[in-house]
Design a protein around this ligand. Structure first.
Ligand code: KIV
Length: 275
């Protein structure tokens, strides 16, 4: 049985912290699921850490569905949340419904996430009314990076903080089951977390959130372009991969790989008959 939105909401009521991490492929999702992490986000961050774009903006529905299907195949228990890409929900409510439905129907996800607060509240309401759980995402919303003037901390002025509080409240009223708070001062994120009854999942938003989300490549150290301030590296996979590949490269060139252990034998008499 997969984790449901009731499980997640119940965790907030019980004061249990909620862990969420991104995944983009079958093998990684399987490990995340085995660890027991309840929420997996197929984030549009895949545009940056998997596809090598500078922002998440070029990511398409086809990209997202391709990776969502792989993550769903790798999981049995975690709730898989598909991240709606740029301009797949902003233009019209119809677009939002159609594309959210694709994540559930074609991708096999159990929920979707979309960026924005007051401006997308009506879309959230309609998608939820159609039976699709929605997670909101406010603060630093990377799809608006050009409008925000870069990847910077949000909600630092009294006006900006007030509007983030309003965004969170409106998302809750619209039926969102949770809200990602990205790159928001920790005290503000803690206040928002107290004001709404649905779980807040922070990234660069301090320990006062109800849960935390991280991009898996950041915390495992496999994305080497930069390390965001909010990311703790629990491993340095890039170093491990680099040294393993250097060893493989050396062994192939020296003829030390493959050995008998990695090769297949055959009946000597058959071989002799060929010679
Ligand atoms: O795309 C993503 O990975 C995200 C998280 C950073 C929340 O939106």
């Amino acid at each position: 049985m997969r984790v449901t939105i009731n499980t997640i909401k119940g965790m907030k009521s019980k004061g249990e912290k909620i862990a969420m991490v991104t995944a983009y492929d079958y093998s990684t999702a399987k490990i995340v699921d085995q660890v027991g992490i309840p929420l997996i986000l197929v984030g549009d961050s895949l545009g940056m850490v998997i596809l090598g774009y500078e922002t998440t903006i070029p990511v398409t529905m086809d990209d997202m569905l391709h990776h969502t299907k792989a993550v769903v195949r790798g999981t049995k228990r975690a709730m898989v949340i598909g991240d709606m890409p740029f301009m797949t929900y902003q233009i019209s409510i119809e677009d939002a419904l159609r594309n959210a439905a694709r994540f559930i129907q074609e991708g096999g996800a159990q929920a979707v996430k979309l960026e924005g607060g007051v401006t997308v509240a009506e879309r959230v309401r309609r998608v939820v009314e159609c039976g699709i759980p929605v997670m909101g995402h406010i603060g630093l919303t990377p799809q608006s990076v050009h409008q925000l003037g870069g990847f910077r901390v949000q909600g630092k002025t009294s006006e900006a903080a007030t509007s983030l509080l309003e965004d969170a409240t409106v998302l809750e009223e619209a039926g969102a089951f949770g809200i990602v708070l990205e790159t928001v001062p920790a005290p503000l994120a803690a206040l928002i977390s107290q004001r709404v009854s649905i779980p807040t999942i922070g990234i660069g938003a301090g320990v006062g959130c109800d849960g935390q989300v991280q991009v898996i490549n950041d915390i495992l150290g496999s994305f080497t372009d930069f390390v965001p301030k909010h990311a703790k590296q629990y491993a340095r996979l890039s170093d491990i991969i680099q040294s393993a590949l250097a060893e493989y490269y050396d062994e192939v060139r020296a003829g030390r790989f493959p050995t008998d252990q990695h090769s297949f034998s055959m009946d000597e008499s058959i071989l002799a008959s060929l010679e």
